[in-house]
Design a protein around this ligand. Structure first.
Ligand SMILES: NC(=O)c1ccc[n+]([C@@H]2O[C@H](COP(=O)([O-])OP(=O)(O)OC[C@H]3O[C@@H](n4cnc5c(N)ncnc54)[C@H](O)[C@@H]3O)[C@@H](O)[C@H]2O)c1
Length: 241
């Protein structure tokens, strides 16, 4: 079974902001019909934007049905929603907030992807989940967000092998630091971006549009790749010291 790379209908969760908004723009340029699932409305009036909390299973089911009623069967997903962690030491983490981080990143991603697969009716599909470089090794002050993103990275592998017989590819991208509202909120809180740039082999943060191009290439072009996580990180995870 081969994917029909033309006229795809693709859901972009978190598509109202940052990397997700850049993915929406790139997919439109590739000819996709795009539906955004987000808590906030998409600033792009040319796409359908549905108010969905991805952790709400019922809301996700209703939104996928509504998206398909409007624009046809969904055969692409970019699960790009997310929140930052509290960025405090593990000893100080509020466990209710930790649960919310896991719920949004891990459970919300699973909820959207499997609802789409349930409704495929034998069609092929492709999905890209969004992990993070914090899924590789230990990071200070990231004991909520980092392990959640490591779970997303593994989720791509689990879903890929379960759904390969259905003609569904599932991959992940692990972004490095990217200039979005999420990272800006960290910088505003004192996060040392100069130190980040000094450690980064490419010497700068990524822009959302270059992150989006790697995501859509994996989604659309890499038709024999499944179960992989691609770091798009300016060389961050390649550094051995
Ligand atoms: N920016 C980075 O440097 C970076 C690095 C690694 C990974 N990531 C990941 O990339 C993804 C996009 O991040 P971004 O930087 O563009 O952030 P962003 O804050 O600009 O966008 C995230 C979007 O997700 C939406 N969202 C949050 N919770 C939601 C929920 N429960 N249901 C539906 N939508 C929800 C928000 O409303 C927002 O529009 C996230 O998964 C993030 O963890 C970002």
């Amino acid at each position: 079974m081969h994917e029909d790379l033309n006229a795809q209908h693709t859901i972009v969760t978190g598509g109202a902001s940052g990397i997700g908004a850049a993915v929406v723009a790139d997919l439109k340029a590739r000819g996709h019909v795009v539906t955004v699932f987000d808590l906030q409305p998409s600033p792009d009036a040319s796409v359908t934007s549905l108010a969905v909390d991805v952790t709400d299973e019922q809301a996700v089911a209703e939104a996928v049905a509504a998206a398909e009623a409007r624009s046809g069967v969904v055969t692409g997903v970019v699960a790009c929603h997310g929140i930052r962690g509290s960025y405090v030491p593990a000893l100080d983490l509020d466990l209710t907030a930790v649960r919310r981080v896991y719920d949004i990143h891990v459970v919300g991603t699973l909820a959207v992807c499997r609802e789409v697969v349930r409704r495929l009716g034998g069609r092929a599909a492709s999905m890209v989940l969004i992990s993070s470089t914090t899924a590789y090794g230990g990071w200070v002050n990231q004991s909520d967000y980092g392990p959640a993103k490591a779970a997303v990275r593994q989720l791509a592998q689990n879903l890929a092998i379960e759904w390969a017989p259905l003609g569904v590819r599932v991959n992940a991208v692990a972004p490095g630091h990217t200039r979005t509202p999420m990272v800006q909120s960290l910088i505003d809180g004192g996060y040392d971006v100069v130190q980040v740039e000094a450690r980064m082999p490419l010497g700068r943060l990524a822009e959302p549009d270059e992150m989006a191009r790697s995501i859509t290439a994996l989604l659309c072009d890499a038709t024999f790749v499944t179960g992989q996580c691609l770091p798009v990180d300016g060389g961050w995870t390649a550094v051995g010291k």
